[in-house]
Design a protein around this ligand. Structure first.
Ligand code: CMX
Length: 140
């Protein structure tokens, strides 16, 4: 597969309302989108840093992966995943990972924030980091 860039870094937060001012006031970022991804039980806020984005993630229900991550992390947020932009489609990238013996959490691409196709690899496959394969927005 061809990975063009880091599409975004996902950061779990306990509250978007509290986290957004930090990024705006201290780092001078301006969020450009807030979106709810219902099937993931998250609300997200995006900031652009060059070609890469920061995705803040707040859980909207206790069954959310973000709620579980924060619970395991002693009630604090933190970096939850890294997303790579794949140039030749998420379905192809997923097939390649599985052919090479990697474990995936999504067998098929699904629709993530910003309407992009995404799929997650299992953190055990990627040395303890949760990796998302993401459609390259420049190729959409
Ligand atoms: N990064 C690295 N490792 C992680 C992790 C993370 N974010 N979350 C969990 N793990 C580890 C756990 O520590 C655990 O390791 P050990 O077995 O060594 O203890 C292992 O993964 C399995 O954890 P688990 O407790 O059995 O499973 P969880 O219920 O915590 O689920 C995971 C973990 C990765 C399967 C789940 O979070 C998932 O399916 N994630 C993909 C979807 C997602 O993260 N959605 C939120 C973002 C949505 C968006 O961007 O729109």
């Amino acid at each position: 597969m061809q990975i063009s860039h880091i599409e975004h870094v996902g950061i779990a937060v306990t509250s978007l309302e509290e986290a957004i001012p930090f990024y705006e006031n201290l780092l001078g970022f301006k969020y450009f989108a807030i979106e709810e991804v219902e099937d993931q039980h998250v609300k997200t806020a995006f900031f652009k840093v060059g070609q890469t984005k920061i995705e803040l993630l707040e859980a909207t229900s206790p069954e959310s992966a973000i709620a579980k991550f924060i619970e395991k992390n002693g009630g604090r947020g933190g970096i939850q995943h890294i997303a790579f932009a794949v140039e030749d489609g998420v379905a192809n990238a997923l097939a390649e990972v599985q052919e090479k013996g990697g474990r995936v959490l999504d067998k098929e691409p699904r629709r993530g924030a910003e309407g992009l196709n995404i799929a997650f690899m299992h953190p055990k496959t990627s040395c303890g980091a949760l990796v998302e394969l993401c459609e390259d927005p420049n190729k959409k």
